[in-house]
Design a protein around this ligand. Structure first.
Ligand code: PMP
Length: 377
């Protein structure tokens, strides 16, 4: 039928031909998505050819940056949160390092709510610029420990309360609370996990991902482990994060890091979005399902980001680069013939001024990036 159609230039003739085979133009419409919300989920699973060839494993990456509202896995979470808000005129408040805010801002715009985003001021400026263009109110605050009232998450909670209590303000202030809310891991339990299962026909040996709130790794682990009992779930953790030790040894800080009485609160890394020094509810719900952890240094993530562009034409941000370093390490540990799934969370375009500003220029006189150097810096 399609071959015939391509030869028909006259619209009436086309309709006639369709009628002959019981079709209409309307019925032929396919795959039209309903607004930005219709573009969330069902992301492709990409085989990363260079890493697969180098390791003899299949390294597959769920392209979450192709979610079509805020271009990250947080679209899935924001969509669930968005559903919680019944009245236009309300304002959503959230503490975020960027991605969740961007997803919320886009969906709020589409639904007629307002978004107010509190974020640390050391995150890439592209993210706050984008939030402003999406019409969100943005408060960039000094990075601070969770015990500080003005820490970005605490501030967002406080702002939501102030809004609701202020009769001058229209609607209510609602705190989205991505670190603690059940909607976060559930979005991955019902979306990301089952999609990975279908896309691999359940044939996979390991899932590996970083954790910020922990919603992704917990939700995917719960979904996949219930169906693939031998699946290995591994945390990819950037330098300066306490989660590595939590998974490996059950405590957040090793003795060296605990020296004196000062607990480290900040995660000292150039990587944005993953790594944290406290146990959130979204991490805790899946923690027992995480079998192992791999720590990744900033220089490894930077090298991997360049490697992916030079070898695969894939341009990603820092957390995706950490995921790919750890997936490659895991492939080396498991040996050839295994299938590993990880996530590409966001695009490098969101990290030009910070993470990518620290990478060497591509081509020119720079030495080629070697995978061996990335894995063993
Ligand atoms: N990558 C990026 C770029 C992120 O912003 C986040 C969320 N903070 C993550 C990864 C981690 O996802 P999760 O919060 O589900 O652990």
């Amino acid at each position: 039928l399609l071959a015939t159609l391509s030869n028909v230039n006259d619209l009436d003739a086309l309709k006639k031909r369709l009628a002959e085979v019981g079709q209409t133009l309307e019925k032929m419409d396919g795959n039209i998505r309903e607004g930005v919300e219709g573009c969330i989920g069902n992301t492709p699973l990409i085989k990363i050819k260079s890493l697969s060839e180098a390791t003899g494993c299949e390294i597959l990456a769920k392209a979450e940056f192709l979610n079509g509202a805020g271009n990250s896995p947080k679209d899935r979470v924001a969509l669930k949160k968005g559903l919680l808000v019944p009245h236009s005129g309300d304002t959503i408040y959230e503490g975020t390092v960027g991605s969740t805010g961007i997803s919320l801002a886009a969906i709020c715009r589409a639904r007629g709510y307002k978004a107010h985003i509190c974020m640390p001021n050391d995150m890439a400026v592209e993210k706050s610029d984008l939030l402003l263009k999406l019409g969100a109110e943005v408060e960039r605050v000094r990075p601070a420990p969770i015990v500080d009232q003005n820490q970005f998450v605490n501030l967002a909670r406080k702002r939501a309360k102030e809004h609701t209590e202020n009769p001058e303000k229209p609607g209510r202030g609602l705190f989205a609370d991505q670190f603690e809310t059940e909607a976060n891991w559930r979005a991955h339990f019902t979306g990301t996990g089952p999609e990975i299962y279908e896309q691999t026909a359940g044939r996979l040996d390991a899932f590996i991902s970083g954790a910020g709130t922990g919603g992704t790794i917990s939700g995917v682990a719960m979904s996949l482990k219930s169906r693939i009992p031998n699946l290995k779930v591994v945390l990819a953790d950037p330098q300066g994060s306490g989660l590595f030790n939590k998974v490996k040894y059950g405590v957040m800080f090793d003795s060296k890091e605990r020296e004196g009485t000062r607990r480290r609160h900040q995660v000292d890394t150039i990587v944005e979005g993953i790594g944290i020094n406290r146990v959130t509810h979204n991490f805790e719900v899946g923690r027992e399902l995480i079998d192992d952890a791999i720590r990744v240094k900033d220089e490894q993530a930077i090298g991997m980001a360049r490697w992916l562009v030079e070898n695969d034409g894939i341009f990603v941000g820092s957390s995706s680069a950490v995921n790919c370093v750890a997936a490659t390490q895991l492939a080396k540990q498991l040996g050839p013939g295994h299938r590993i799934v990880t996530l590409l969370c966001d695009s490098g375009a969101r990290h030009l001024s910070k993470f990518w500003a620290n990478t060497e220029p591509i081509g020119g006189t720079e030495q080629d990036v070697s995978l061996e150097n990335i894995l063993n810096p």
